[in-house]
Structure formats: C-alpha cells, structure tokens
Design a protein around this ligand. Structure first.
Ligand SMILES: NC(=O)c1ccc[n+]([C@@H]2O[C@H](COP(=O)([O-])OP(=O)(O)OC[C@H]3O[C@@H](n4cnc5c(N)ncnc54)[C@H](O)[C@@H]3O)[C@@H](O)[C@H]2O)c1
Length: 544
C-alpha cells in the first residue's frame, strides 16, 4: 500500500501502531483493547460489538446464492448463532461446491465440513420462494446473489414473512441494491414487515478497523485532510486451464486471468440454457449469470464490488459523514473485443470531497478522499492511507495497521520519520497526539504478542464475516422478544448501507456524466423519494 516503505520501516510502523494502541488504552481512550493484568489485549469481538451467546438457540437460516461469496459465508459462519437449514442456488456446480467445499480456497469449507453428517439434512432448492413457503422454520435468509437480485429477493422474502405471520429477517451481501430506489424500497419493506435488515459490509465487524477508527477518533493523527484508498489488481497474465475443473463450454474460456470472467461450465450450461428459465432467474444468458459483474444491468462495476468497501471504511474514519461531491474518470482501458470483453470499466479514478470535523463552522475544512481501482498492475494491493497533520495511518489488506509520526519542525534531530518509533503523548490539552520517540517518553520496551504485530497476532485477522453473522443472529433474537422500532440494529443496517450504495453508485454516475456531482442530503433519507438523476430502471424490479 505504501509505495516507499521498506520491510524494516513496515515493522516500525506496526510497532508504532501497537505502542499508540497501548498508550491510548492505558489513558482510557481505546475500548477495543483492554488491560488484562499487566498486558494490553484486544477486547473480544462479542464484548466490543455488544452481543452475547444465543444459549443453544441458533437462528434457523437459509442461504440464497451459494457461489464464491456464499462459500465464504458458509465457511465463516458460527452454527451456534446461525444454523443453515436450507440453501437455494441454480447452478449445479455451485450447489455441489457449497456442500463439498473448495480445496483451493480454505475459507470455503462447505457445509459438510462445518456440519459433518448433519449437512445431509440441509434442504436444496432452485426457487427461493418455494423454499421459504415450504419451510416455515426459516427465520432468516442470507443473500449472496448477483447485485441486481438483492432487493427483489430481500423484499419478496420479507413479504412472505409478513404473510405467514412470522418475520423473515435478511442479511444481504453488499452492495445493498442495484440503485438507490431499491435501497429505499428495502428499508421501507423492512419497517413494514418488522424484519431486521443487515448488509454485509464486513468492515463494520472487523476488530482491526475498530482499532484503527479509535486511533482516528482519539485525534492522534491530528487534522485529517486526505485519505488515499485503492484496490489494484493485475489480471493481464494468461489464464491457465485447471485440469481438475469441470468441462467448460467450448469457446467460453477466458483469455486473461480474470476473476470477473470465470469459465462457463458445461454442466451449468446444460441445466440452465433455456430462455424462459433464465428470464425467471433474472438473466439473458448462462454467460451473463456466470459473469454478472461485467454487465451494467446485473452488476455495479468496480465501485460496487471493491470501492464500496473502502469508501465505507473512509466514511467510518471520517465520522460516518456523507460526502459533499464526487468527480470520477473510468473506462474500459484494457479489456475489449477479443480481450475478455465487457460493459464494466476496468480502471476507475474517483475523488470525493468530504466535510471535515469543523466543516459546519469552516467551509474550508474539506477532506479529499481519492480512490483508484485498476486491473493491470498490482504493485500496490489494497488498503487505505489516512493522512493527518500529526501522523499517517496505513490500513493494509484488512490485515495490518501501520502508524508513522509527522516531523515536528520545532524539535531537533533528523532522520526519516518512516523509521522513527513513535507513541502517544498528551499535548497539554489533555488530548493524545502521536510523537516521535525522542519525546513520547514511554518505556523503551517494545510491545509484545499480538500488539507487536500491529494487532495482527500470528494468525490471520478476522475480516468480520463471522462477527457480522453472529451479531445479525443476536439482533434477531432480541427482535423476536418483541418488536420495537428502537430495538438494537445490526451495525450495518439499511440506512448505513444505503449511504454506502449512494457513495459508490454516484461515482459511477459521475463517470458516466463526466461531471462533478454534488450530493443531495435527501438521497440519504429513506423516507424521501429523491434519488440521484440518471437512475435507470432495474432489470429485476422490487414487487411491493
Ligand atoms: N463482502 C464481501 O467481501 C464480498 C466479496 C465477494 C462478493 N460479495 C458479494 O456477494 C454477492 C455474490 O457474489 P459471488 O462472488 O458469490 O457471485 P457468484 O456468481 O460466485 O455467486 C452467485 C450465486 O448466485 C446464484 N444465483 C444467481 N441467480 C440466482 C437465482 N435467481 N436464484 C438462486 N441462485 C441464483 C448463482 O448460481 C451463483 O452460485 C455479490 O453481491 C457480491 O458483491 C461480497
């Protein structure tokens, strides 16, 4: 993520982060870390996010969409909170994989590994309505379908719940809806049917991000004027046929190593190549079903798929403020005829203007957030770099945080700030600030254990999927005790996720219109009919 940081400087950045975290915890500024005896340890996710065990009463759920992400959710879910009793998918190859798991991807364990012999009792469907009508014990659905289906399936399920007199709660994958009208329809339907609506922007449940947000909230970085976020990949190397993969429809192999252009398997093609069937499921062709991200009517491009996650993180860093304006450039600069052709852009460059903390009193207080996602170079991978007047925080690949102080010109001593150890100190205003080692004055000891690794310990950091599903189930149990508008909501509930969708989809509009778009606050109000100009009619409209 940081272009010119050496391995040694990375380690320094991680240690600085650990030291700052420790300092903030001891001063009572950080609740995601707790003092346990003499050590500082991360608070448990359940404690931090405020949920508890369901005491042997898991929520009975159905998965709708058992593809790549459905596989991750199955692998990551905790059956003590969410117990899958049914699954709906239309592609035979994915139905098999959701049970068997994917040996190439340890995260996609499959039902059989998670449930053992009991996996055989998970019911299989190709029609989600039928599944919900047949199985009255289903309390919740988890949607991991292509984008254009999220709103329709969510609202259909909530309506079935209302009709049967027992709500069906919904956790849908991001992006919430294909357009903003659909997001508003989902929020209204959830209110009307008394269903809990959650959206899978998992950073809301990542302890790593919780720590990073507390660093920002404690003001140790000083005033933030710029965040640089990016997700860069290189798909241009030749695609290699996997000899163990099922047979592919002739002529549909990708040419480049492109995750958005997967092969079309003969078995799926044979089962689904019927125009009436495809129309019912929301597609024009089997190829569109498999490569839905590449079509404007089924996907939302790089902003929906990747950018929405990171703008979600940026807006959390900035106090969940809505942006003021956006400008953007995007295009199909690499793919084209004969080169894994598509409708979706392959390179996007977006600039947002966000209000700073003092914007209400000072209209100069603007934070510029830049975002790029490209498909031809992965020298930098993905992450966010938050730049403040007193320090810089880099959050890399949802796994690592690094912290660097800014040079204080009043202090003596040279050297590269990227190599300086730093910690938090009080500025005299009873506010902690990040300072280079000569002044922070803490003990020379380097933090140990998980802190020394930048909060990452030795194992991979949870990205938040598990916690997101646990909290969703906990909310449902709370709601089932008696519905009340003020009841506990998931952290990424409809209103929060709609803001993420507006931020992502308005960038797409700015690219299309080639102009700067000023955000209108009424877009963010679910009760208002106002949506950005230029929204088009969805392929799968919500039936209210
Ligand atoms: N939170 C994250 O980090 C993250 C990561 C990847 C994907 N996602 C999201 O997850 C969703 C799914 O993405 P994916 O990569 O798994 O796509 P995918 O194409 O691998 O899986 C989609 C599945 O839905 C099934 N399906 C399509 N139409 C259907 C219908 N009408 N009825 C039943 N099943 C149907 C397909 O057969 C397929 O198995 C998308 O919204 C995507 O943005 C989220």
């Amino acid at each position: 993520m940081a272009i010119d940081v050496t391995q040694e400087q990375r380690e320094t950045g991680k240690e600085n982060y650990a030291r700052a975290t420790e300092g903030l915890t001891r001063r009572g500024f950080m609740k995601s870390m707790v003092v346990a005896g003499a050590a500082i340890v991360p608070a448990s996710a359940a404690y931090y996010f405020g949920y508890r065990s369901l005491n042997g009463n898991p929520v009975k759920a159905a998965l709708i969409g058992g593809g790549d992400e459905g596989g991750v959710l199955v692998g990551e879910h905790n059956p003590e909170f969410l117990q899958f009793v049914a699954v709906c998918d239309i592609r035979p190859t994915n139905m098999k994989r959701i049970f068997d798991g994917d040996p190439k991807s340890p995260l996609r364990k499959g039902f059989k590994k998670v449930y053992g012999g009991e996996a055989a009792s998970i019911k299989k469907y190709t029609d989600y309505r039928q599944m919900l009508l047949d199985n009255k014990d289903i309390e919740a659905i988890v949607i991991a379908l292509p984008l254009h289906l999220h709103a329709k399936v969510a609202v259909d399920a909530m309506k079935i719940g209302k009709e049967r007199g027992k709500p069906i709660h919904v956790l849908t994958e991001k992006l919430m809806g294909w357009n903003i009208t659909q997001c508003k329809q989902m929020i209204r339907a959830a209110d009307e049917t008394r269903s809990c609506l959650a959206v899978g922007h998992q950073r809301h449940y990542s302890m790593l991000y919780a720590h990073a947000v507390e660093i920002v909230n404690a003001d140790v970085l000083g005033q933030i004027k710029h965040i640089r976020a990016l997700w860069h990949r290189n798909n241009t190397w030749p695609f290699e046929v996997d000899p163990a993969a099922p047979p592919v429809v002739a002529g549909t192999n990708p040419y480049y190593r492109d995750g958005w252009f997967p092969p079309v398997y003969q078995e799926d093609y044979d089962a689904l190549n019927d125009p009436a069937l495809l129309k019912k499921y929301g597609f024009d062709s089997v190829e569109q079903l498999v490569r839905w991200r590449l079509y404007n009517s089924t996907g939302g491009g790089l902003m929906a798929e990747l950018g929405s996650h990171q703008l979600d993180a940026c807006s959390i860093f900035l106090g969940k403020k809505h942006p003021l304006a956006v400008t953007a450039v995007g295009g199909k600069f690499f793919y084209g005829p004969g080169r894994n052709d598509r409708e979706a852009d392959d390179h996007i460059f977006v600039t947002y203007e966000f209000p700073g903390k003092n914007y209400a009193n000072d209209k100069h207080d603007i934070v510029v957030v830049t975002y790029s996602s490209i498909s031809t170079n992965q020298f930098e991978a993905y992450g966010e770099c938050v730049m403040g007047t007193h320090g810089t925080m880099i959050v890399e690949a949802e796994q690592t945080v690094m912290l660097y102080p800014e040079r204080d010109p009043r202090k003596k001593g040279g050297g590269n700030v990227k190599s300086m150890t730093a910690g938090v100190t009080n500025t005299g205003r009873d506010k902690p600030t990040l300072e280079a080692s000569s002044t922070w004055g803490g003990p020379a000891a380097t933090p140990t254990g998980s802190l020394a690794a930048g909060g990452t310990a030795t194992a991979a950091v949870s990205r938040g999927y598990r916690e997101e599903m646990e909290d969703f189930a906990y909310c449902i149990r709370m709601w089932n005790e008696g519905y009340d508008q003020d009841r506990r909501k998931p952290r990424c509930h409809g209103q929060v996720a709609m803001a993420d969708a507006i931020v992502a989809l308005t960038a797409n509009l700015a690219m299309k219109k080639q102009s700067r778009i000023v955000f209108n606050e009424s877009w963010f109000d679910a009760a208002s009919q106002e949506v950005p100009d230029g929204e088009t009619t969805p392929r799968m409209p919500v039936e209210l």
